[in-house]
Design a protein around this ligand. Structure first.
Ligand code: SF4
Ligand code: SF4
Length: 164
């Protein structure tokens, strides 16, 4: 190696195009249509929390990272009917395998995936998605490609399931 090699390499790299990917949360990177990164809990068409605390997502999750505390039944202000409620909900994103089964099984489309990542952190607790964080994600993060209704419909053979 010659003493001039570092200068030669530096000079060559100076004119190379930049290939560094932008930071994920800058939202400038093109993602595939079905890209999904985190979760949100959403409200229904009446503006009420859609989650009825049924625990279906908790039971199906292969990573066992969802914890649902069912609340007391309450009368819906919009429909006047009694309905289930959720008192508390947590999802530990640290161990999620993004299988989307929780979304697929939800009877009320209350849990959805979103296209925007959580911020990386040195503290694992930051990726513990509390109910508060999940409802905040509904407000500020774009939903991913499907909700539970769409995923179930895709599996109906009569509707051409699996071809979408
Ligand atoms: S997507 Fe994550 S939270 Fe949902 S069922 Fe799969 S592993 Fe569990
Ligand atoms: S998110 Fe859906 S599946 Fe999970 S407890 Fe709430 S209503 Fe049930």
């Amino acid at each position: 190696m010659s003493i001039l090699d570092p200068f030669r390499i530096g000079f060559r790299n100076f004119f190379r195009p930049m290939i560094t990917e932008p930071l994920p949360w800058k939202q400038t990177r093109q993602r595939s249509e079905r890209y999904r990164a985190s979760f949100a809990l959403v409200h229904d068409e009446h503006g009420e929390e859609a989650c009825i605390g049924c625990k279906m997502c908790e039971k199906i999750c292969p990573s066992q990272i969802i914890t649902v505390t069912t609340g007391a039944k309450a009368k819906s202000e919009a429909t006047g009917k009694m309905r289930g409620t959720c008192a508390d909900f947590t999802l530990d994103l640290n161990a999620c395998i993004i299988c989307e089964l929780c979304v697929q099984v939800c009877p009320t489309d209350a849990i959805v995936m979103v296209r925007v990542q959580e911020r990386p952190s040195f503290d694992r607790n930051e990726l513990m998605l509390t109910m508060e964080k999940l409802y905040a994600n509904e407000q500020k993060k774009q939903n991913a490609w499907a909700d539970g209704t769409k995923l179930i419909a895709m599996q109906d053979p009569g509707a051409g399931g699996g071809k979408d």
